[in-house]
Design a binder for this molecule. Structure first.
Ligand code: GDP
Ligand code: IMO
Ligand code: MG
Length: 436
């Protein structure tokens, strides 16, 4: 497929890094289109796990050009560090292209992210505190600083002066935080601009030219459908367009040029941070009890469900087909990759949520009102498991136990989206292709 958009179909951490790395060999360009270093995408390199936060996961292939599109928010210090980490691992980053239109995460964005969360108190979102929300706020408020502004010290200083006249009083008087001078930010950021200058490019033109000359492009989404600013569980979302539509606005490649939209979904569901989660199996430490708490702990332990970016324990729950159907629609998914199927070998039986119930009403579609989602009770189907059968060595669909195949086919039927890829372990080769 000349151009494929890959998106998370749940609340992030579905295994986008693994699947991007797996299929990136078929593409000439791998492009991040939204989010920033709130993302944590794991790829396996030899016997090491590498966490990528800003660099597209296609960087692992020498022929694939990694591109950071205009829709991404870039913390230059993080990017420079990540490039150094990759170079030290023997992974060259020389091909990287960064959009001149991408917005820059400034020091005050990180301060304001933490301060906003404190202000929200018990309503806090549980952000990654990387400055993502405040940076996108400035972008939409038309007072953001873009990568291209780093190229000209005079312009950078002028913009900073203007923006600090507003930010400093907010930092100091509302939040009691320290303020910034133009000089101290220049001292920190201008050296980054000198390092990153050779990589800055007109990426929309680059990508459109590439498509015209028959090259293939993979758009690598970060976060997931339910963290999308428009389609997610607002306000418990991130501040960008994580759904497939974001690939067009976040890169300058028109929607008519996109051929395939591959959703990544776990064989169960996880979530980091606050907000509603109907199939959550609440841990004992969070007030849960009984078999549900035990099952939640099992998913967390067997699936190693700890955040790549913040190290936080991920909330865990059974697969939710209402979400699967919704993700299929709002992204226009052509197919999905089902990941971490091996983790379910820990269970005698496996539940799948097929609909919600709230105040006597059944919801087959994702509920319009957030309050319904908060109080939704999952309606489950219970399927037989394949307990203790190790499926991590299976390499064809036919090798999977009959109950595993029945589970995959049940999910396909319940969500209405075909499964093209099945992942049974973190390594590239622990994957089965049903169709390519
Ligand atoms: P991303 O943010 O969507 O890229 O996902 P993360 O990298 O944050 O989290 C996924 C985690 O699951 C990583 O530690 C992967 O190495 C791991 N992983 C991916 N696919 C599989 C799988 O099929 N089975 C198992 N057991 N682990 C997997
Ligand atoms: P990847 O790409 C899971 C969550 C945070 C928080 C909310 C808002 O690895 O799947 P933010 O810092 O973005 O303002 O936080 O979004 N979040 C993620 N959860 N995976 C991610 O990225 C996430 N990026 C942000 O936990 O609930
Ligand atoms: Mg992640």
């Amino acid at each position: 497929m000349p151009s494929t958009v890959l998106v998370g179909a749940q609340w992030g951490d579905e295994g986008k890094g693994k699947i991007t790395d797996l299929i990136a060999g078929d593409y000439d360009y791998v492009v991040r289109f939204q989010g920033g270093n709130n993302a944590g995408h794991t790829v396996i390199h030899g016997d090491k796990e590498l966490a990528l936060h800003l660099m597209p996961s296609g960087v692992m292939y020498e022929h694939a050009v990694p591109v950071i599109g205009n829709g991404v928010v870039v913390d230059p210090g993080v990017l420079v560090k990540e490039m150094a980490m990759l170079e030290a691992e023997g992974i060259p980053c020389g091909n990287l292209k960064i959009s001149c239109d991408a917005h820059v995460i400034m020091p005050y964005h990180k301060d304001l992210d933490g301060a906003d969360e404190k202000w929200l108190g018990s309503q806090q979102i549980g952000t990654t505190k990387r400055g993502i929300g405040p940076c996108y706020q400035d972008k939409m408020g038309r007072k953001g600083i873009r990568i291209q502004d780093l190229l000209d010290e005079k312009i950078f200083r002028l913009k900073l002066e203007h923006v600090l006249a507003q930010k400093n009083p907010i930092l100091e008087r509302i939040y009691g935080l320290h303020t910034y001078t133009v000089d101290e930010i220049c001292e920190e950021y201008l050296p980054f601009s000198r390092i990153l200058k050779p990589y800055m490019a007109e990426t929309a033109q680059l990508l459109n030219d590439a498509l015209r000359s028959g090259k293939n492009i993979l758009f690598e989404g970060a976060q997931g459908t339910l963290l999308d600013i428009d389609h997610g569980t607002y306000p418990y979302v991130t501040s960008s367009s994580c759904c497939a539509g974001g690939a067009a606005t976040g890169t300058g490649v028109g929607p008519t040029r996109i051929d395939r939209v591959l959703g990544i979904q776990k064989a169960y569901v996880t979530r980091v941070g606050g907000g509603p989660f109907p199939t959550e199996l609440v841990f004992e430490e969070d007030g849960g009890s009984g078999q549900d708490a035990i099952d939640g702990e099992t998913l967390c332990r067997v699936g190693h469900e700890f955040g790549v970016t913040t190290g936080r324990k991920r909330r865990c729950g059974w697969f939710d087909a209402v979400i699967g159907r919704y993700a299929g629609e709002v992204n226009g998914l052509t197919d999905v990759a089902l990941t971490k199927l091996d983790v379910l070998s820990a269970f005698d039986t496996i539940k799948v949520c097929v609909a919600y119930e709230c105040e006597g009403k059944r919801y087959d579609y994702f509920p319009m009102q957030q309050s319904v989602l908060f109080h939704a009770r999952p309606i489950y189907e219970e399927l037989p498991g394949w307990k203790d059968v190790d499926i991590t060595g299976c390499r064809t669909y036919e090798e999977l136990p009959a109950n595993t195949r029945a589970y995959v086919e049940y999910i396909e039927e319940a969500t209405g989206v075909p499964t093209s890829i099945i992942s049974v372990g973190p390594d590239r080769d622990q994957t089965l292709f049903r169709r390519r």
